[in-house]
Design a protein around this ligand. Structure first.
Ligand code: NDP
Length: 453
């Protein structure tokens, strides 16, 4: 690491205290960029790094709402408008009690590079709240979403900032948010993506992140002339991304043996088939229950509760060839990465954002694992959001096949960009460098073209 990069990382840490996830995301990107800065000194003289880590705007607001018993609650809302050099801000909203400014800044920062990689004209943003949707009634969710939008509507718009879903924000929440935006603005526009199919949503958007992560894994495997057929796969999470990762893996002939939620995971040695996946979808999307119920229905599977005292996640201890971390950030630490490699995993495609710690990433790179970092592997979600924006602008819906084909092509192109850029900068097979540099160049050049803004 050069002195300039080391000093820069120290500066970011000092200037943004108590934001460890943001520091981590910046460090990972900037370490890759040291290769670029040596070759193209203009990025340094134009102070692109200093500018790209500073959000263009941060909006932080109060969200008061009333529960079904008439009690008043107050949450905090955020929208980070990180970078608009190549298009309107675009990125999801997360509702989870762990949400802080630092978490959303890491997500918004990652989003800038990811959106650039899709080759669609989208800047980067992210938002959300520390609100916990678990255990809330539909009416409480609706009142919360309306109160959230009562402030957010001032800052977003189809050509300004277009939010979507993320953890805790699915079709139900997007519906309530869109309804309130429409009422406040008196306009029906494509201001949010992930909308319902009969009011402007795109086919394949719910499936896109999971399908895209599997397409990316298939591309990585094809570099070794292999396919996913017959491979055993570990998947974490059981939400939107995990569910459609499993669906696509089943369609491609792979076997999935794990799923998790925030309290534990299930191991099903016989494989999670279509019928079992339907059970999980109904459990999580309709009944909003806990994954533990899986083993009450399918008795040969086992449920293991997470133990916070452990220094590793036992989900990653099972023998497999492929892993798809699809729950949340930092769910794969150094020990987990070592366990995965020891147990035969040589393909890792990240459905979640930054699920692997910096130390874990080093283990994968040293072991020559086909490692697809989230900003490349999970870009299918935002890419299909971009396709939803195009359909909204044209007021013309595309068929399922058309959207899926475009998603597939975009994932192939992202893979190709990562491979070519990694090679160009002297680190063949390093998808981390490929994604970080590939995403950076387009944004940095646009920033230079547009002057000091
Ligand atoms: P969902 O809310 O649909 O599902 C999240 C899943 O992860 C749930 O199973 C949840 O368990 C689990 N989870 C959440 N927090 C934790 C935690 N702290 N520890 C363990 N498990 C946890 O979200 P998504 O599937 O949409 O998002 C999953 C990941 O994918 C996130 O990192 C997100 O940023 C990323 N992503 C999502 C995209 C999208 O299009 N939705 C696009 C690109 C990335 P529980 O049910 O107990 O809460």
């Amino acid at each position: 690491m050069s002195d300039y990069v080391a000093d820069f990382i120290a500066h970011v840490k000092a200037k943004n205290p108590s934001e460890p996830e943001f520091h981590q995301a910046v460090q990972e990107v900037v370490e890759s960029l040291s290769l670029v800065l040596e070759r193209y000194p203009e990025y340094r003289s134009e102070r692109i790094l200093e500018r790209i880590v500073e959000p263009e705007r941060v909006i932080m607001f109060r969200i008061p709402w009333m529960d079904d018993q008439g009690h008043i609650h107050v949450n905090r809302g955020f929208r980070i408008e990180m970078n608009s050099a190549i298009g309107p801000y675009k990125g999801g909203l997360r509702f989870h009690p762990s949400v802080t400014l630092g978490i959303l800044k890491f997500l918004a920062f990652e989003q800038v590079f990811k959106n650039s990689l899709t080759s669609l004209p989208m800047g980067g943003g992210k938002g959300g709240s520390d609100f916990d949707p678990k255990g809330k009634s539909d009416n409480e969710i609706m009142r919360f979403c309306q109160s959230f939008m009562n402030e957010l509507f001032r800052h977003i718009g189809p050509d300004t900032d277009v939010p979507a879903g993320d953890i805790g924000v699915g079709g139900r929440e997007i519906g309530y948010l869109f309804g309130q935006y429409k009422r406040l603005r008196n306009e029906f526009t494509g201001v949010l993506t992930g909308k319902g199919l009969n009011w402007g949503g795109s086919l394949i958007r719910p499936e896109a992140t999971g399908y895209g992560s599997v397409y990316f894994a298939a591309e990585m495997l094809s570099t070794r002339r292999e396919t996913l057929e017959g491979k055993t796969c570990l998947v974490s999470g059981s939400g939107n991304v995990a569910q459609y990762t499993v669906e696509k893996l089943l369609l491609l002939g792979a076997k999935v043996v794990t799923l998790s939620d925030s309290t534990g995971y299930i191991y099903d040695e016989e494989g999670i088939d279509r019928k079992k996946l339907d059970f999980v979808m109904e459990l999580k999307n309709t009944r909003r229950g806990r994954l533990k119920e899986y083993v009450e229905e399918f008795k040969r599977a086992t449920y293991i509760a997470f133990d916070p005292k452990l220094d590793h996640n036992p989900l990653w201890l099972h023998k497999a060839q492929c892993a798809f971390p699809s729950a949340t950030q930092n769910e794969v630490n150094e020990n987990d990465a070592q366990n995965l490699v020891k147990n035969g995993v040589y393909v890792v495609s990240e459905g979640a954002n930054m699920p692997t710690t910096l130390e874990g990433v080093r283990v994968f790179l040293d072991a020559k694992v086909l490692y697809g970092p989230g900003k490349a592997a999970n870009a299918g979600g935002v890419a299909t959001s971009g396709l939803e924006m195009s359909q909204n602008s044209m007021r013309l819906p595309w068929t399922r096949e058309e959207v899926d084909n475009r998603l597939h092509m975009i994932m192939k192109n992202i893979h190709k960009t990562c491979v070519e850029v990694a090679e160009r900068f002297g680190t063949p097979g390093n998808y981390v460098n490929g994604a970080n540099i590939g995403g950076f160049l387009k944004v940095a050049d646009a920033m230079i073209d547009q002057g000091l803004v």
